[in-house]
Design a protein around this ligand. Structure first.
Ligand SMILES: Nc1nc2c(ncn2[C@@H]2O[C@H](COP(=O)(O)OP(=O)(O)OP(=O)(O)O)[C@@H](O)[C@H]2O)c(=O)[nH]1
Ligand SMILES: [Mg+2]
Length: 299
């Protein structure tokens, strides 16, 4: 005896309770597959209702996606600044780039991710402040899911924690990030080190920084460059270095300059750490090191 269709509709509604987005779409599809395929009568109406829900859910999902915070990637790598409210993330972003943003002596000064490009080791890299991550963020508290979505796209994390605050604050946020399944190379900036002595961390490298101390910012830039994991290759005829993800070969450099050069690359002359002697002639598959200088030889 099949369930009366009214009961069936209630059961369906219950199955959809609390489900949104992809999850709701999955459930609706499953429901459609289970419904008998009558063309007329109450079951056909029920099917129509479910199909309508599916369309509406898809439309809502698109709107949510458009509104969810997207950060357009720029530069060779993206490093996210993550930490408790008021940790000094915006101040660091400002000190490391040309951006002018609001900083303030209160929590949640920044309400949306803010991106700025900066030159690290001569290469343009994007820094993004991820504001407002709080306990429960992985469960979407404080709009955490969208913020974590931005973080997921980053290449590395600069964890920011003020020296004059209990270090547990940072651990609470690290727990949320881990709960969201985000694992990225990271470094801790012990911010406001002019205010209080820095702290240690059992797993991560800690670098004391203060926006009032240029030398500390300089050291931070160097460490951030290393954190990207990229290597820099200089071109013999000058210009900005090319940033590449290792392992990188002569062919990768040629292709990065121009795809046609990639096709006609016969090798290179190289200077620097990966060369046995200055101006060594190598083949296209030669693997390059950070700091090499290359002159591509084409056929
Ligand atoms: N003494 C000192 N104060 C700092 C330093 N960096 C930031 N501050 C102060 O700390 C406060 C918070 O700085 P913000 O950069 O706004 O912190 P935030 O992490 O971006 O804060 P939210 O966006 O609210 O999460 C401001 O009053 C800053 O002036 C520092 O190196 N030394
Ligand atoms: Mg801020």
């Amino acid at each position: 005896m099949p369930m009366p269709h009214r009961t069936q509709q209630q059961v369906i509604k219950r199955r959809l309770t609390g489900k949104e987005g992809a999850e709701r779409i999955r459930e609706l599809r499953a429901i459609l597959a289970e419904l008998p395929g009558y063309r007329n009568g109450p079951y056909a109406d029920l099917r129509k209702w479910v199909e309508g829900e599916l369309t509406a859910t898809r439309r809502r999902k698109r709107v949510v996606n458009r509104d969810s915070i997207a950060v357009r990637r720029e530069g060779a790598a993206q490093i996210a600044l993550v930490g408790p409210p008021n940790a000094g993330k915006s101040s660091l972003l400002q000190a490391l780039s040309a951006i002018q943003i609001r900083t303030g002596d209160y929590a949640f000064t920044t309400t949306r991710p803010v991106a700025a490009t900066t030159r690290l080791g001569g290469v343009l890299v994007q820094l993004v402040e991820i504001p407002g991550l709080i306990e429960g963020a992985a469960e979407d508290r404080g709009g955490g899911r969208a913020l974590l979505g931005v973080l997921r796209n980053a290449d590395a994390i600069l964890w920011c924690q003020a020296c004059d605050r209990p270090p547990e604050e940072l651990e609470a946020i690290r727990t949320e990030v881990a709960a969201a399944g985000i694992e990225l190379p990271g470094l801790v900036a012990a911010t406001k080190c002019d205010e209080a002595p820095p702290f240690g961390h059992p797993e991560l490298r800690v670098l004391p920084v203060s926006v009032l101390d240029d030398a500390s910012l300089e050291r931070l830039s160097e460490e951030l460059w290393a954190l990207t994991g990229l290597i820099r290759v200089h071109l013999r005829d000058g210009g900005d270095p090319i940033a590449l993800r290792p392992p990188a070969t002569v062919l990768d450099v040629a292709a990065a300059i121009h795809h046609e050069l990639g096709e006609h690359c016969a090798g290179a002359r190289i200077w620097g750490p990966s060369a046995h002697f200055e101006g060594q002639r190598v083949g296209p598959r030669h693997e390059l090191c950070d700091g090499d200088t290359v002159e591509v030889v084409s056929r």
